[in-house]
Design a protein. Sequence first.
Length: 366
Amino acid sequence: MATELKRSTSMERIEELLGNNARNLLDHASHTISKDDLQLPGPDFIDRVWSISDRSNNVLRSLQALFTHGRLAGTGYLSILPVDQGVEHSAGASFAPNPQYFDPENIVKLAIEGGCNAVASTFGVLGTVGRKYAHKIPFIVKINHNELMTFPNKFDQVLFGTVKEAHNLGAVAVGATIYFGSDESTRQITEISQAFAQAHELGMACILWCYLRNSKFKTPEGDMHSAADLTSQANHLGVTIQADIIKQKLPERNGGYKAVEQALGSSYGKTSKLVYEKLTTDNPIDLVRYQVANCYMGRCGLINSGGESKGASDLAEAVRTAVINKRGGGMGLISGRKAFQRPMSEGVELLNAIQDVYLEKDITVA
């Protein structure tokens, strides 16, 4: 009875946070790509999916370490705290809202107290407190970054350390970003495919921040950096270089190929009208479903990013993103700024609210 009451209370809170979107998201039935054709998250995901792959026993053990930690342990879902924004967005812009996170130990404490499966951060952050915490929560070392000190600012991911250093830190996984569509993407693809191969040789899992970056993607029709068709193709490239987990922005629109072509006045890439007529709809759950399909039909897990902090609306937005990801067939959420740009107790509450979505049995895959 107590368990049922707790579940009911949790579901009521989720519905409250979803507001007017509740029924559109919770009652949606997907008729695009069937959930029966997907490899969905579950307690047996490693045995069912990865055990037939070329991943070594040590990689399987590292993946399992991610899935057996925190509040979501044993569910097949992931809740990860990423804090690399001190490099990516500058330390001042990232930590001024809550200066305690200039201290790396508080970043790791937030991940632990927030019940996360893992903490993802820089060589410096995790190296500073590694001996105290590497055995208490799985480490994911982000090996490349875009620094904002070069003038004029540019968008290029460069390596900040080696895969071997990440291994020596006790990391169970490495993370890396590729800016697909950028002038530097060819070099980044080459660098990170080699880094992932070495990480797998050393027994670590590989997570790809699978982002688009090109000024031409900002069109009169909207910003296509979050278009479902373009981000999904980036996902497909990411799993091709053997990323085990893909981190991608939540899709906010579709029709990126057409919008870019119209803006440029010339052809761009290739797509099919069936993508828009049969494989997707305007519902964000179906747009995420297409992202999952491009991760080898869910064989490589899709975790969506939480996005920037906007203040009072963060909790509701985080829960909405989690519901869309879960119902679309995704594997979880990786949320940073919404969690650490506020008092730690509120950050823990937000992370727990995300996790409650994945623990809620009444929220099913559409």
